[in-house]
Write a protein that binds this ligand. Structure first.
Ligand code: SF4
Ligand code: SF4
Length: 88
C-alpha cells in the first residue's frame, strides 16, 4: 500500500467587506440572521463606519451581500482541502 491520501475540508464561510465602498448604512448588520456583522469603532477614508465580520456562525445565507446597496460584500465558501500523506 504505497498511497495514503487524506482530504480534510474546512467548513464555513468567509465574508469579505470592501470597507472603502461602504457608506455605513447598516443594512447588512440589520439583515444578518446570525448577528455576524457589527460596526467597527473606526471609519473608512470617506468617514463612514463600516461593518466587521465576526466569522463564527455565518451560514452563508448571502443576505448581507444581496442587501448592500454599494455591492461591498463578497461571501465565499471555505473549501480549502488539506491533503496528507500523498505519494508512493
Ligand atoms: S452570509 Fe448571512 S449569516 Fe453570513 S454574515 Fe452575511 S447575512 Fe450574516
Ligand atoms: S450594507 Fe454595504 S454600505 Fe451598508 S453598512 Fe453594510 S457594507 Fe456598508
Amino acid at each position: 500500500m504505497g498511497i495514503t491520501t487524506q482530504t480534510k475540508k474546512e467548513k464555513g464561510f468567509l465574508v469579505i467587506i470592501d470597507i472603502e465602498r461602504c457608506k455605513g448604512c447598516g443594512l447588512c448588520i440589520a439583515f444578518c440572521p446570525k448577528k455576524e456583522l457589527k460596526f467597527s469603532d473606526k471609519n473608512n477614508k470617506k468617514g463612514y463606519p463600516y461593518p466587521e465580520f465576526r466569522g463564527t456562525d455565518c451560514i452563508g445565507c448571502l443576505r448581507c451581500g444581496l442587501i448592500c446597496p454599494e455591492t461591498a460584500i463578497t461571501i465565499l465558501r471555505k473549501s480549502r482541502k488539506k491533503e496528507k500523506g500523498k505519494g508512493l
